[in-house]
Design a protein around this ligand. Sequence first.
Ligand code: SF4
Length: 228
Amino acid sequence: VPACPAWALSQKEGQVVWNSGLCTDCGTCISMCPHSASPKTRLLSVGAVLNVIRPYLPFIRGITVSGGECGLQAPFMTALVRRAREGHQLGTLIDTNGSTDYSQLPELVDMAEGFMLDVKAWNAEEHEGLTGASNRMVLRNLDFLARIGKLYEVRTVVVPGQFDAEQTVREVSRMLLSAASGARYKIIGFRPQGVRPQFQNLPRPELSYLERLAGLARSMGLRDVVVV
Ligand code: SF4
């Protein structure tokens, strides 16, 4: 693939193959892809993932699995979470965009230590405008995971003018409180670094605005609210 300056990408049987040994992590491939998709993927077994983790075992008490949406790989995830827990006494946090119906994955939910969930916008139309997808499943997961005590953290990235952040913070807080959840609510100020080109010119929120949103959540009764 000539776009890669290090010749770390090639094509085999119609698929792009990534050579991690040649890759210099320059990022050219991702910036050239119209979908900002990364070709830097490898197929790993559960055992191979645990072998990568093994040298760090003396220093960690758990792992976090992220994505994309890692719930799309539910059988693999379930096996990984089980072996991390039973074989190495490691807890697993699952970082999700909420698009997977976790109420249908009881074994994974049971084995995981907790979930970190993005709630991008409470309002359905605003969420669809931001992401191109409905937030119905996100809010169902918020309610489900909060009520069964598996919600570790909720995150909302605040981008001024893109959605009603006050409504989102208020309604997420209300749902957490009604579920008696002790989950942390992380209110994150948008930063343009590392985002797709079409989002790079979006405005950053003032710290005082983020603090005001956090104050709203705290005034409703949430105890663990952080601004990042
Ligand atoms: S980051 Fe992408 S373009 Fe850069 S060397 Fe690695 S594979 Fe090639």
